[in-house]
Design a protein around this ligand. Sequence first.
Ligand SMILES: [Zn+2]
Length: 149
Amino acid sequence: MAVKGSSAGSRESLWVTLLDTLFPPHCVACGAAGEWFCRSCMRSIPGEGRLGQVRRLSNASHWLAGALTLSPHVSPLRQGVHALKYGGMRVLAEPLGSLLATGWRQQSRQADCVVPVPLHPRNQRRRGYNQAELLARVLAEQTGLRLCA
Ligand SMILES: [Zn+2]
C-alpha cells in the first residue's frame, strides 16, 4: 500500500496518471468515459445508498454469526465484480469497496474487524491478488473498522 507523500506513493500516482492519460478510464459496465465504474452505474445498483438494503443471510453456520449482502449479483454490479475478480482491474476495489462502506455505515450492527475471504493459494498466485482483501481494505479504511487479514 502506498503511503501518501512518500516517493513510492508519488511514483505510483505518476504512473497511474500516465496510464490514465494513455488509456482513459471508461466504465466497465456501460462504457461511459471518465471513470472505471461510473456514478450512473453506482446509483443503479439495488441497495446502493439506501438504508435497510443490507440483508442478513438465514443459512449462517455455527462459526459464522451471519453474513451481510449489499446487493443482488446483477448488472452493473456483476460486471464490476467480474472485472475486479477476473479482469485484473484492481482499480475497481475503490468504488466497489466504497459501496460496501456506504452499506455498512447505514446499518446498526457492530463488528470486531473485517476479514476478507481467503483465496486459494493457487488462484492468488495466478491472479496476483485477492479481490476480497482489496475490498476489505477499502471497507476498513472508510469505516474505521480494523482489518484482520
Ligand atoms: Zn457505467
